[in-house]
Structures are given as structure tokens and as C-alpha cells.
Design a protein around this ligand. Structure first.
Ligand SMILES: [Zn+2]
Ligand SMILES: [Zn+2]
Length: 159
């Protein structure tokens, strides 16, 4: 039985272990994002984020390299192994969005929603019946001109 009085922290990091993070407490929300920018940055059909306040996240090891993927949006990754490790945007001031699959225990998180399903690949079929927001549809735009990078989902409920 977990001690409810003790805040839980979730460690994680990149593939090679150079970049490490420790997220304190539950995330504000957990969402699957189907947008083209997330698809390209992870080379995966979609990815899953845990939204934290920046002050809930402590970084250690080698500082991540930061890439500006669209105006006001920054994606950080390990400069050694290339793993994406974080996303921030002026759209969500003070928030750090971590990738659930890069946590040491991804199963500890419960996704609640799909965002940007307007950009979902036609061969991705999911039957979790979570609520979905379509976002703005991509029309042959370049990743660095993405008009919307990850829409804010609803607050996190522990599942
Ligand atoms: Zn690495
Ligand atoms: Zn996205």
C-alpha cells in the first residue's frame, strides 16, 4: 500500500542515460498527441505526454539540447542518443511536457484523452474510447510552421 502522505516521484530519461529527470507528484494531465510535429519528433505514429509544472521537474546529467519546432515552442532531446525528452510552449507558460514512454515506469501513468486526432494516421485504430479533440488539420505544412502544437487536455484524474 503506497504511503499517501509521501509525494510520489517519477524518474525517467533518454535512451543512453545521459539526460535524466525526476518528476514530482502526479502530472496535471496525460494525453496521447497525434499531431504531425509530435509524430516527426518521435518518429512514431503518435506519442503520449505527461503535463507537469516546470518546477515539478528536476533535470540531472547532461543538459538536453533544445530545438525550436515552431514559434514559441521548444522540443528538447538528448544530444548524444537523440531521444526526445521534453516539450514547452508559450501556449502553456510554466509547463514542461514530458514523454510518458521515457519514464522508467510508463505504466504508472493513465492516459485520459487523445488530442489532434484530425492528424491521426488512418491505420492507427484505438478502442479506448477516450475523449478526443481533433485540433487543426495539417495541410502539407512544414514541421517548423506548425500552427498548433499539442492542445491542452482536461486536468488529470488518477485512474
Ligand atoms: Zn541519451
Ligand atoms: Zn503534438
Amino acid at each position: 500500500m503506497p504511503d499517501a502522505t509521501k509525494p510520489i516521484s517519477y524518474p525517467g530519461g533518454c535512451l543512453c542515460g545521459a539526460v535524466r529527470f525526476l518528476a514530482h507528484g502526479p502530472p496535471r494531465w496525460v494525453a496521447h498527441c497525434h499531431c504531425e510535429s509530435c509524430r516527426r519528433t518521435t518518429s512514431s505514429p503518435f506519442t503520449t505526454y505527461a503535463g507537469y509544472l516546470s518546477e515539478q521537474v528536476n533535470w540531472s546529467g547532461t543538459p538536453a539540447t533544445v530545438f525550436q519546432s515552431s514559434p514559441g515552442s521548444e522540443r528538447s532531446f538528448c544530444g548524444r542518443c537523440g531521444s526526445p525528452v521534453g516539450f514547452t510552449s508559450v501556449r502553456w507558460p510554466g509547463e514542461m511536457h514530458l514523454f510518458v514512454p521515457s519514464f522508467d515506469d510508463p505504466a504508472a501513468f493513465s492516459p485520459q484523452v487523445h488530442v489532434h486526432t484530425g492528424e491521426q494516421l488512418p491505420w492507427v485504430h484505438l478502442d479506448d474510447h477516450f475523449p478526443a479533440t481533433r485540433g487543426r488539420r495539417a495541410r502539407g505544412r512544414r514541421a517548423d510552421s506548425a500552427p498548433t502544437d499539442c492542445k491542452r487536455p482536461q486536468p488529470y484524474q488518477n485512474a
